[in-house]
Design a protein around this ligand. Structure first.
Ligand SMILES: Cc1cc2nc3c(=O)[nH]c(=O)nc-3n(C[C@H](O)[C@H](O)[C@H](O)COP(=O)(O)O)c2cc1C
Length: 192
């Protein structure tokens, strides 16, 4: 399976790292795009994953300025794309079909090809423009998720919270993350 992973400048680079690790373990071919906003956030987040940690997990890394990259074309077949975290700015671009960097172009391509697109937004509180943009991308076919883990699986560590969000995001692509316990299921997938 080939997936595009976009990382934009919302806070929460550890979410991207957790998803990339899970995708690598599942043998997925990931095409990674990291926006300049994401690089800025990465340095502000300090002790979190570094750019090299993310790129080491990808099958191919694309420069966000390279609008001639493979993932800029719909003829390059993928099983879909996620943007994690997705900034309010990137959400607005996707909602309005703007494609002035590779990340927003690849998201636009994913929508026009009617492939799964998952935007994991991170912002609080949500402004009216952001809420309208979320509705616009939803109506255009994307799934809008928030980087807000549930607590009904009794998390003990930050990794548990990251694992929850990772599993729910990969669910959108029909991918199972090992160790994720679903509601009312025992660990082997049977109803409890
Ligand atoms: C430390 C830091 C944290 C940020 N956190 C968020 C955030 O959680 N959500 C958001 O929408 N923007 C956030 N921003 C702002 C975006 O990074 C900024 O709007 C950027 O231009 C987005 O560009 P991009 O979508 O191309 O990455 C943050 C910026 C910085 C420097």
């Amino acid at each position: 399976m080939r997936l595009v992973v976009g990382v934009s400048g919302g806070s929460g680079i550890p979410y991207a790292y957790a998803v990339l690790r899970a995708l690598q373990a599942l043998g997925t071919e990931t095409h990674l795009i990291v926006s300049s906003g994401a690089k800025r956030v990465m340095s502000a987040e300090g002790r979190g994953p570094r750019l090299g940690d993310l790129t080491a997990l990808a099958a191919e890394v694309h420069d966000d300025r390279d609008l001639a990259a493979s993932v800029a074309s719909g003829s390059f077949r993928t099983a879909g794309m996620m943007v994690i975290p997705c900034s309010a700015g990137t959400l607005a671009k996707v909602a309005h079909g703007m494609a002035d960097n590779l990340l927003s172009r690849a998201a636009h391509v994913t929508l026009k090809e009617r492939r799964p697109l998952v935007l994991v937004v991170r912002e609080d509180p949500l402004s009216r423009p952001m809420l309208l943009n979320m509705l616009a991308v939803h109506d255009a076919g994307a799934a809008v998720m928030t980087a807000s883990p549930g607590f009904y699986h009794a998390p003990e560590t930050v990794d548990d919270l990251l694992h929850f969000v990772t599993a729910r995001v990969l669910d959108q692509f029909g991918l199972d993350v090992p160790g994720f316990q679903r509601w009312k299921e025992v660990p082997d997938g049977r109803p409890s």
